[in-house]
Design a protein around this ligand. Structure first.
Ligand code: NAD
Length: 472
C-alpha cells in the first residue's frame, strides 16, 4: 500500500505541502513509512469534494448505503493480516491484541452498524406533524492514535451509513491503518467524494478542518484539551459538535470473599494496549480492611502481563506508542513517588534504547487528591485507593473531572447495580459484564459530548426536520 498520498474526490492525490510526517515503530524506533503532512489547501480540496458529493449520497436510499457497507466490510476482512501487521508496527500493539481488539472487534462493530442501520427511526409520526431524521452534511472526523482503526470506524461508518460525506484526519502518529479502510471503501465502489482522507498535524490540518465554513459537523476523539480547542473553532461557525475525550475511570471492589475477578478486570483494562485506552480503569478502589490481601493478589497477578516484543504472541504489553508518551508516563511515575505513593510493582525505566517500554506499574497508598489520581496518565499505571464505606467509595469514584467509564465488582449483583447507578459515567461494567456494540458509548462531564456506537451513534450524525402536515 502506498501511504504517500491523500484521498480526495475518489483519487489518490499528492499533498500540496510537499512536506512529510515520518511514522515510527515504537518497538524498534525505526521510521518505516511516511505520510503527507497535509495543509489547509488540501483540507479545502477535500471539503469541496465532500460538499459536491453530499446531495447525491444523502439521497441514496439507506438500503443501498447498507449494501455498499456490506461490500466494504467484505473487502476489509480480506485485509486482516495487513491490518494486524500495521497495528503492530505503527502502534506497537502486541500481535494477539492487534488481532482481537484492533482488527476483529472492529469487524464486529462495523457489522453491528450494518445490522442496526435499518432500525434507526428516520421518520416519526406525531399527532400533527412528521419528523424526519436527515444527514447533517459534511462531517470532519478527527481521531487519536491509540486505536488507529477503531476510532475511525466509530465515526466514518455511522456517518456514511446515515448519508453524510466525510473528511477524515487521523492522528499523525498512527495514520497508516485507515489507508486500508479507505482502500476497502474504494473497492466497494463508494461514490467519489463521500470519503476523503487528509493526513497531517492537529495544529494545521485539524484546525483547518474544524474552522472550515463548509463543514457542518466536527466529530472529535482525543484529549480533553484538544477537544476544547477544536470545539471552540467549530463553534465559531456554529457546527454540530461531538466530543469523545479523556477519562480517569474508577473500578470499585465491593467487600467480597474473592477479589480475583474484579482485579483481573481492572488489570486487563489498565495494562492492555499499554494502558493507552480512554476507558482504562486507572483507579482501583478497595475496602481498607482487605488492603494487604488485595495488594498481594495484585502483585501476583501483575506477573501475568509479560512485557516485550509486540511480534511475540506471548507478549501482553508492548511499548508505549511514542517517545512523547514515554516521557509523559515516566514523568507521572516520578510524580507518584514524590507525592508519597508507593510502587507495588513496576519501576521507572532509565533508557529507551530498545523501544518505549514501561513495566506494568501499580501505585498503592494513593489518595484521590494526588496528581496521579486526578490526571489521565495514559500508560500502564494503576492507582490503588482505599475506602471505609460504600458511600466514601462512591464519593471518590465521582471526585474527578471525568466520567467516561467505571466498573463495580461485588458478590451481590443488586448492590453493585445500586452503586453503579450513582456513579457519574457513561459506561459502567458490573462484574464480568460483556461489551455490547449496540450500546451507546460516551462520557459524562469532561469526558465528552454525544455518543458513539449502536443506534445512538448513528443518530448523532443526523438532524431533525419537523413537517407540520396535519392539513395535507
Ligand atoms: P490529541 O487531542 O492530542 O489528538 C487527537 C487528534 O486531534 C489528533 O488527530 C490530533 O492531530 C488532533 N488535534 C490535536 N490538537 C488539535 C487542535 N488544536 N486542533 C485540531 N486538531 C487537533 O489526543 P491523542 O493524544 O491523539 O489521544 C489520546 C487522548 O484521546 C486521550 O486523552 C484519550 O483518553 C482520548 N481518547 C478518547 C476516546 C473516547 O472515545 N472518549 C477514545 C480514544 C482516545
Amino acid at each position: 500500500m502506498n501511504f504517500e498520498k491523500l484521498y480526495i474526490g475518489g483519487q489518490w492525490a499528492s499533498s500540496s505541502s510537499g512536506d512529510w510526517i515520518q511514522v515510527e515503530n515504537p518497538a524498534t524506533r525505526e521510521k518505516f513509512a511516511r505520510v503527507p503532512a497535509g495543509n489547509s489547501q488540501d483540507i479545502d480540496a477535500a471539503v469541496q469534494a465532500a460538499r459536491s458529493a453530499f446531495p447525491g449520497w444523502a439521497s441514496t436510499p439507506l438500503k443501498e448505503r447498507v449494501e455498499m457497507m456490506k461490500q466494504m466490510l467484505h473487502h476489509l476482512k480480506a485485509m486482516r493480516s495487513d491490518i494486524i501487521s500495521l497495528e503492530v508496527r505503527e502502534l506497537g500493539s502486541p500481535v494477539s491484541f492487534a488481532e482481537t481488539a484492533h482488527c476483529d472487534y472492529q469487524y464486529t462493530r462495523i457489522q453491528s452498524y450494518i445490522d442496526l442501520a435499518p432500525h434507526v427511526d428516520l421518520i416519526t409520526k406525531l399527532p400533527a406533524s412528521t419528523v424526519y431524521r436527515e444527514p447533517v452534511g459534511v462531517i470532519g472526523c478527527i481521531t487519536p492514535w491509540n486505536y488507529p482503526l477503531g476510532q475511525v470506524v466509530q465515526k466514518v461508518i455511522p456517518a456514511i451509513l446515515m448519508g453524510n460525506t466525510v473528511v477524515l484526519k487521523p492522528s499523525q502518529h498512527t495514520p497508516l491503518t485507515c489507508y486500508l479502510l479507505v482502500q476497502a471503501f474504494a473497492q466497494a465502489g463508494l461514490p467519489s467524494g463521500v470519503l476523503n482522507l487528509v493526513t497531517g498535524r492537529g495544529a494545521e490540518v485539524g484546525n483547518a478542518l474544524s474552522s472550515h465554513p463548509l463543514v457542518d459537523m466536527i466529530s472529535f476523539t482525543g484529549s480533553t484539551s484538544g477537544g476544547i480547542t477544536v470545539a471552540q473553532k467549530a463553534l465559531a461557525s456554529v457546527k454540530k459538535i461531538s466530543l469523545e475525550l479523556g477519562g480517569k475511570s474508577p473500578c470499585i471492589l465491593l467487600k467480597s470473599q474473592d477479589y480475583s475477578q474484579g482485579i483481573h478486570l481492572c488489570l486487563d483494562s489498565i495494562f492492555l494496549n499499554a494502558g493507552q485506552t480512554c476507558t482504562a480503569l486507572s483507579r482501583l478502589l478497595i475496602p481498607r480492611e482487605d488492603k494487604e490481601k488485595i495488594e498481594k493478589m495484585i502483585q501476583q497477578m501483575t506477573q501475568e502481563y509479560p512485557v516485550g516484543d509486540p511480534c511475540d504472541p506471548k507478549t501482553k504489553i508492548g511499548p508505549l506508542a511514542s517517545l512523547q508518551q514515554f516521557k509523559k508516563v515516566t514523568g507521572y511515575l516520578h510524580t507518584g513517588l514524590e507525592e508519597g505513593a508507593v510502587l507495588l510493582s513496576g519501576q521507572i525505566p532509565s533508557t529507551v534504547d530498545n523501544g518505549y517500554y514501561i513495566l506494568p506499574s501499580v501505585f498503592t497508598n494513593v489518595t484521590n487528591d494526588m496528581k496521579i489520581a486526578r490526571e489521565e496518565i495514559f500508560g500502564p499505571v494503576l492507582c490503588v485507593i482505599t475506602y471505609n464505606t460504600i458511600e466514601e467509595a462512591i464519593n471518590i469514584a465521582n471526585d474527578t473531572p471525568y466520567g467516561l467509564n467505571a466498573a463495580v465488582c461485588g458478590p451481590d449483583k443488586e448492590e453493585s447495580v445500586r452503586v453503579a447507578r450513582r456513579i457519574q459515567a457513561g459506561n459502567i461494567y458490573i462484574n464480568n459484564g460483556p461489551r455490547d456494540t449496540s450500546a451507546p458509548f460516551g462520557g459524562y462531564k469532561k469526558s465528552g459530548i454525544g455518543r458513539e456506537g449502536g443506534i445512538a451513534g448513528m443518530i448523532e450524525f443526523t438532524q431533525q426536520k419537523a413537517l407540520f402536515d396535519a392539513g395535507l
